[in-house]
Design a protein around this ligand. Sequence first.
Ligand code: 16G
Length: 240
Amino acid sequence: MDKHFHPRTNQVADKIREYLFGQTLVPGACLPPERELSQKFELSRLTLRKILADFEAEGLITRIPNKGTFFSLERVPQNVSRLTSFTQDMQRRNMVSNSIILKAGKFKANPSLCDKLGIAPTEGVFLLRRLRLANKLPMAIEDCFLPEKLAEQIKPEIQDDFSLYKTLQTQLGIFPAKATQIIEVCTLNAEERKLLGKICPPAALFIRRTSGDKNGTIFEYVESKYRGDRYFLTMDLTQE
Ligand code: 16G
């Protein structure tokens, strides 16, 4: 807290902190309006704003011009040296994973995409586009391209709680063994930002993954956009 505040302001700031953060926090939720807070704590809007600026500097809240003030969200670590699925990653963090299926159907693929999947240009490609959620909050948009032949076998399973990796393993005996991943920073377009939530910053992680089984047969090519404010990447390094 700002040491230059008047002692009474410091006391009120503590009360506001208790009031806002003492209750069950819903990350990403909107704070009560400034008017309501200033009336409740008998503060001028100017003093309240100074207090909120302090909370923001501490990373407790995020203020977005013209949108409001929100409880900040925790970042989750993503170990990019391990070949895991979204569902596994969330389970490991005790978060409940879920998806909103945005598209699940045949995709008009170009030769380069078929090449990535290791299939002939005449073979069909299936697109599974999902908004991936953790504890009901949007984390990433994932475009998963699968050879149509493979997708046909798992299509009936595609629901909100569908795990591709789990289904491949349990139903088809396909075990993800090796993947190549490229990570870049990208800017989200308006539609993507709408899907990822109103406090989502415009910068995201753009991850492309090509995965295969132990025989080297490719089963997916995935383009994902991960929210820039929800992730940090970790990796295990070894000396050559
Ligand atoms: C992860 C993978 C993605 C895979 C998905 C399966 C990255 C960048 N991507 O999101 O390639 O298709 O998990 O998840 O990590 P699921 O088994 O939960 O459907």
